[in-house]
Design a binder for this molecule. Sequence first.
Ligand code: URA
Length: 203
Amino acid sequence: MNAKEEMDKIAKEILTCTRCELYIHRKKAVPGMGALNSKIVLVGEAPGREEDESGFPFVGRGGKILEASLGELGVKRSDVYITNVVKCRPPKNRRPKSIEVLSCLPYLEKEVLLINPTVIVLLGATAATYLYDESLPLTKLPRAKKLEKIRGIPGQTKIQGRSFTAVATYHPAAVLRNKKLKTKFLEDLKLALDLARFSCSSV
Ligand code: URA
């Protein structure tokens, strides 16, 4: 099976998944999307309303700011792979429960292992909470404080015994709410791109 066929198989599993209760209310499950040979995988929290309706990740307002920010750094969204920790929309966009995240993580693991990126970008506190393996004792900090401490500092994500460089940053929705975060958000994305020695011609 080639990479596209393997990713199509993962997407098929996601689209018919009933591992947690989120499938009950979803319109569409939302697999990741983008370049399968990307050196960067960006991971958000969970689909929102537009994503649930369209079946594609980050197509709403958060997606627009993410796309524009990547654009400012010379990267097209189709150059990278974008996905979420949880593939179905939580009701009223509530934060996903641990049981939902843990049920869904095997899909993200499969996506990441197939793409084999150099850097994983963790967009927001949910992705950072579940995927940033820190060596500093930060786990007791509240989510937002923890994100503020680790953002912009390269860390690790461990998946099935393999280590990937991870850069945590704000969720695009937070940048929409607070425009002052945009500069740091861009810095963090640039750091991730630099770490991946990203160049559009190499993807
Ligand atoms: N927020 C996310 O975390 N992911 C999406 O796909 C859309 C909004």
